[in-house]
Design a binder for this molecule. Structure first.
Ligand code: SF4
Ligand code: MG
Length: 370
């Protein structure tokens, strides 16, 4: 079984005085082991909220109103039990929810984990790098101590010496000389601090890392280096990655798949090549044209006029219809379903009436992205 994570029918609301904000709306997304997925969309599209929901990091007034996050821990014959599978087994001996048995191929619902199971899940199975992570390093502690602290907190049985060795190994992995263990964050450049954060995320060899725009504070050249590093490390270690970005231009070459969110919904999912050559959703099409490419001729900055709808009061029909250059009558009335109508790309799905043969359209389908 190659499946690592399966998010099903996830919805998240934020409760505000003037009504619930429907930040994530019925999202389905799965991830294979070792796969790198770019989760893209404008700010406010729900991508960070979805990631936080997956990691169970949402706090009130945000609440998951529906859905499951099924996780498939790797359990191989004869393999040493991980901290996480041990925590699951311990709970099962006391008979809890049968869904959360690691021996079942149905996966473990992360939303149902007990606090000790969740502690074992974090870092060991999933680590998250936040948007402002670079500045989250403790300024009065050298970076070696900070890496070792994470190792010791999750592997208390591990010797100090072995933690030190692992810390040196991790620094080497992210391209920092191991003698930098004694450096303080202010002695490092922004790019190096970001590398330290990546080293910490990898410290306990998680199966999955979620990164929420981790490089936006860096200049473009350094961002590029860091992204290359992240993707090559993930490929090397077989770690799956969900990379959240509003800027596809930096990312597109590094991901296996792209998932695009708009107004809380997934509107297109495609493998990188299909997305690059032929994004189908008019919003993706707009995203693709709204940045200059790194290679080849610079594209015109077309951008997408207008702004996303109010998520307290979502208009009828396609949520993109106000901004969509291809909208026609049906778009104002009927919500398009996320489906696969593409004979040439069975893995590509898009939520758009242009591709629904049952709906009479009055506009042309968009052609290839260039
Ligand atoms: Fe545009 Fe209509 Fe497709 Fe929505 S359904 S993206 S409004 S063409
Ligand atoms: Mg965000």
């Amino acid at each position: 079984n190659n499946l690592l994570l399966d998010v099903r029918n996830m919805s998240v609301d934020y409760y505000a005085a003037n009504g619930a904000v429907h930040a994530v709306r019925d999202v389905n997304l799965s991830l294979k082991r070792g796969e790198i997925v770019g989760l893209a969309g404008e700010s406010g599209s729900g991508k960070s909220t979805l990631a936080y929901a997956i990691a169970r990091l949402l706090r009130p007034p945000a609440a998951i109103t529906a859905g499951q996050v099924l996780y498939y821990p790797s359990i191989q014959e004869g393999e040493r039990r991980t901290a996480f599978t041990a925590a699951l087994e311990q709970a099962n001996s006391k008979i809890t929810d049968p869904v959360n048995s690691p021996t079942q191929s149905s996966g473990v619902d992360i939303l149902k984990l007990t606090p000790p199971q969740l502690r074992a899940f974090r870092w060991n199975e999933l680590s998250i790098v936040f948007q402002s992570a670079m500045n989250a390093l403790n300024p009065v502690m050298d970076i070696g101590t900070q890496i070792i602290d994470v190792l010791r907190a999750h592997q208390p049985e591990r010797s100090v010496q072995s933690c030190k060795e692992r810390a040196r190994e991790l620094l080497k992995l992210v391209g920092i000389a191991p003698d930098r263990l004694r450096s303080y964050p202010h002695e490092l450049s922004g790019g190096m601090r970001q590398r330290v954060i990546i080293a910490i995320a990898l410290a306990l060899k998680p199966e999955l890392i979620i990164m929420d725009e981790p490089t936006t504070a860096l200049d473009v050249v350094v961002q590029r280096e860091i992204l290359d590093l992240i993707s090559s490390l993930c490929k090397e270690t077989g770690t799956a990655l969900i990379f959240i970005t509003h800027d596809l231009s930096l990312l597109l070459e590094l991901v296996d798949r792209v998932a695009v969110m708009y107004a809380g919904k997934l509107v297109e999912v495609a493998d990188r090549n299909n997305f690059y050559a032929h994004a189908r959703h008019p919003y993706s099409y707009g995203l693709m044209n709204s940045f200059p490419t790194l290679h080849g001729p610079r594209r015109k900055m077309v951008g997408i006029a207008g702004s996303p709808p109010d998520l307290r009061n979502i208009p009828a029909g396609c949520p993109f219809h106000d901004r969509c250059p291809m909208a026609f009558e049906a778009c104002h009335q009927v919500i398009p379903a996320l489906r696969t109508p593409f004979a040439d790309a069975p893995e590509q799905i898009a939520a758009c009436h242009l591709y629904d043969p049952k709906i009479t359209r009055t506009t042309q389908m968009p052609g290839p992205a260039d």
